[in-house]
Design a protein around this ligand. Structure first.
Ligand code: PRP
Length: 216
């Protein structure tokens, strides 16, 4: 049995065409069921639904053989014990710094002010501000980051930006693009050795589908 860890939403939806290219169809719609283990058209392959931030952990510890996870999540996890054969080029977005429209970020940085930064991405944020020589107090949050500058909890946030609609709706502006993000395929290293015959064809089919540009 091969177990693939996915998170609901964009990653799940955009992985479906890649699975299809590998001859695998998921038999249930996660939006219509509370099931966490989904069968596929291949009786030897199943999908488990986990929180996006838990995908690397499942794959690292062998709870899943394969997983699809954002580069952001992978950096925060550390990526230890994971084979990362493919950038799937799906779920593209960026990690950015955003502030209230009336906050003068450029002059705060110029003056060497100490910034309060709220984020779920503490590794990425710490490294980025250190590389700029900006002193920051990081405040770890798990969601709704946009609220932090609006309530005075923080001067800035480090968060994912895709369309920019969430920032706009909350009167925040993007002041720095830290990195581009896309989803990666990650593989448990022991599984790759022990289940080589089943896993290699999936990796190869994904690689071919990406090359042909078939995914959304
Ligand atoms: C992400 C991110 C932003 C939003 C950005 O949240 O945290 O809130 O998407 O997208 P946009 O630029 O297209 O508006 P997500 O919905 O993934 O949920 P999360 O808050 O759990 O991270």
């Amino acid at each position: 049995m091969i177990t693939l860890a996915l998170s609901k939403g964009r990653i799940f939806d955009e992985t479906l065409p890649l699975l299809k290219a590998a001859g695998i169809e998921v038999l249930e719609d996660p939006e219509k069921s509370r099931k966490l283990i989904l069968g596929t058209s291949n009786p030897q392959v199943r999908v488990v639904l986990v929180r996006a931030s838990d995908v690397p952990t499942y794959v690292e510890h062998g709870g899943a053989d394969l997983g699809v996870t954002g580069k952001d999540t992978l950096i925060e996890h550390g990526g230890q014990g994971l084979y990362q054969p493919l950038d799937l080029n799906i779920s593209r977005c960026r990690v950015s710094v955003a502030v209230r429209a009336d906050f003068d970020y450029a002059s705060a940085v110029r003056q060497g002010s100490r910034l309060k930064v709220a984020t779920k991405y503490t590794h990425i944020a710490r490294e980025f501000f250190a590389s700029k020589g900006v002193h920051v107090d990081l405040i770890k949050l798990y969601g709704s980051m946009e609220l932090a500058p609006l309530t005075g909890l923080a001067d800035a946030i480090v968060d994912l930006v895709s369309t920019g609609n969430t920032l706009k709706a909350n009167h925040l502006v993007e002041v720095e693009r830290i990195m581009d993000i896309s989803a990666r395929l990650v593989v448990n290293q022991a599984s790759l050795k022990l289940k080589q015959a089943a896993i290699r064809p999936i990796i190869n089919a994904f690689a071919q589908a990406i090359e042909q540009g078939s995914p959304a």
